[in-house]
Design a binder for this molecule. Structure first.
Ligand SMILES: [Zn+2]
Length: 476
């Protein structure tokens, strides 16, 4: 493993990452509530998680990653108020909550694939882990931090006061954390800030399960504590989420987990900033109509261009989205692709790299190890290709592929797809023509050009070499 530094929201500092059991790094990410399509603002968060995971792997860590899918218990307010989001959509569309959840999970996974985001080790669905939640709630009750009433089981926040407890992550008082939220003033609660672990006696709620306290359903926060403990242990190395998760959701996760286990819940909390809409509005959850992955493709932009667009800003900075800026990123994407398309054959791809490429690889890794500085890493990757053109030395493929293990542009797949489009004879002619051009034998190069055209292909000269009838539309 090589050193890796990351900003820890718990300490508000960039820190050396030291996992509990190296080289294992356990990571839990708060995932989607599946009642709407996930828009590009949500996708930025998942891209950040994917990049962090890939960068840590590049540095020798074995990342074990779990992401939850909320399919019950998330109310229309992040407090315990309102309707269950999934049930509300189900009623509006005349479908079952399960149908709604399955539909949006499929759409979410399709969009992740389009962005080349690696799936986690487990997608854990809340409704598959009700038993784990019940066991955890019982531990919290047994330790004296929760109480049972007619309307539900509540976490008693007053009991959770003290150093390193309430407000440890957000550095806010309870009132500040809940500012602007409508609190449920159920007379059953000892304090309006108490939050539901289990909800009872709500006959209109469709999804209900038996529990030691009666039929009901879980509160929103408990699922993350229960599922991260189940799959990653009582103390996890990394926990990710959006900045909006810091007050309330992540504070509550810490309270639930640590009151139950008596151990620190998370070693490094890492949060990503928002994507801004064209009007500067925060693209956060459920805030109206924001663009989707489908909107990119409809505008002729490859979803992988959005990947590069996000790579161009630090994860802790807000990033303003527009179709124009995504188009700008598409130019960089095509720059990388063109290099891959123009590699003449497998032998050229397999050739040992030139020594100078290694410096670029080191600088790329160093940028990522510096609190995931993706803009600097991207600049290094673009420079590596630029330098190959300047030197007319394309022997960088091994380095570029290692960079692409984090960039996630699928360059090797592109190269193979481009190769597979051309018959062996045409590929041979292209290699010969590249050799003739390198030797400045322009007469021979022109002859070979005509022979390639005679085979039914177009020929374009690029700094990377001969590009033959790219047929890029079918590749992208
Ligand atoms: Zn969560």
């Amino acid at each position: 493993m090589k050193p890796f530094q990351i900003f820890n929201t718990l300490t508000r500092k960039v820190e050396e990452f030291i996992p509990l059991n190296p080289p294992l790094a356990t990571m839990y990410s708060c995932g989607p509530t599946v009642y709407l399509p996930q828009h590009l603002g949500n996708m930025r968060a998942y891209l950040f998680v994917d990049t962090l995971k890939r960068a840590m792997r590049l540095h020798g860590y074995d990342v074990r990653h779990v992401m939850n899918i909320t399919d019950v218990g998330h109310m229309t307010s992040d407090e315990d108020e309102g309707e269950d989001k999934i049930e509300k959509t189900a009623r509006a569309q005349g479908k079952s909550p399960l149908e709604i959840a399955n539909f949006y999970i499929a759409q979410f996974q399709r969009d992740l694939a389009a962005l080349n985001i690696e799936p986690p080790m487990n997608y854990t669905r809340a409704t598959d882990h009700i038993g784990d939640m019940i066991v955890l709630i019982q531990r919290i009750i047994d330790h004296g931090y929760a109480y049972v009433t007619n309307s539900g089981v509540y976490f008693e926040v007053e009991k959770w006061r003290g150093p390193d407890r309430i407000g440890r992550l957000s550095r806010q008082s309870l009132d500040e954390q809940h500012a602007g939220q409508r609190l449920d003033h159920s007379t059953d609660k000892k304090n309006p800030h108490d939050f539901a672990l289990w909800v009872l006696n709500q006959p209109s709620h469709i999804m209900q399960w038996e529990s030691p306290w009666g039929r009901g359903y879980p509160g929103w926060h408990i699922e993350c504590s229960a599922m991260s403990i189940r799959y990653l242990g009582e103390t996890i190395d990394l926990h990710t989420g959006g900045l909006d998760h810091i007050p309330i959701h992540h504070e509550n996760e810490i309270a639930q987990s640590e009151s139950a286990t008596g151990h620190p819940f998370v070693r490094y909390f890492v949060h990503n900033a928002f994507l801004l809409g064209m009007e500067g509005a925060k693209i956060s959850k459920s805030a109206g109509k924001f663009p989707l992955v489908d909107d990119l493709t409809a505008a002729g932009i490859d979803p992988l261009a959005f990947r590069l667009f996000c790579f161009g800003a630090k994860y802790r900075s807000e990033l303003a989205f527009s179709l124009e800026s995504a188009r700008g990123a598409q130019k960089n994407l095509e720059y990388f692709w063109e290099f891959a398309y123009a590699l003449p054959d497998d032998a050229a791809a397999a050739a040992a790299d030139s020594d100078w490429a290694l410096d670029y690889e080191r600088n790329f890794a160093a940028a990522l190890a510096d609190d995931l500085n993706t803009p600097r890493a991207l600049a290094v990757a673009l420079d590596l290709v630029g330098e190959a053109y300047r030197r007319q030395d394309r022997k960088i493929w091994h380095s570029l592929r290692r960079l692409d293990s984090v960039l996630g542009l699928g360059l090797e797949e592109r190269r193979l797809a481009a190769q597979a489009q051309f018959p062996e004879t045409v590929r041979k002619l292209r290699s010969e023509r590249d050799a003739a051009r390198a030797a400045k034998d322009f007469q021979r190069s022109d002859e070979l050009r005509l022979r390639i055209i005679a085979e039914g292909y177009e020929v374009k000269d690029t700094p990377g070499g001969t590009l033959i009838s790219p047929r890029r539309a079918s590749l992208s």
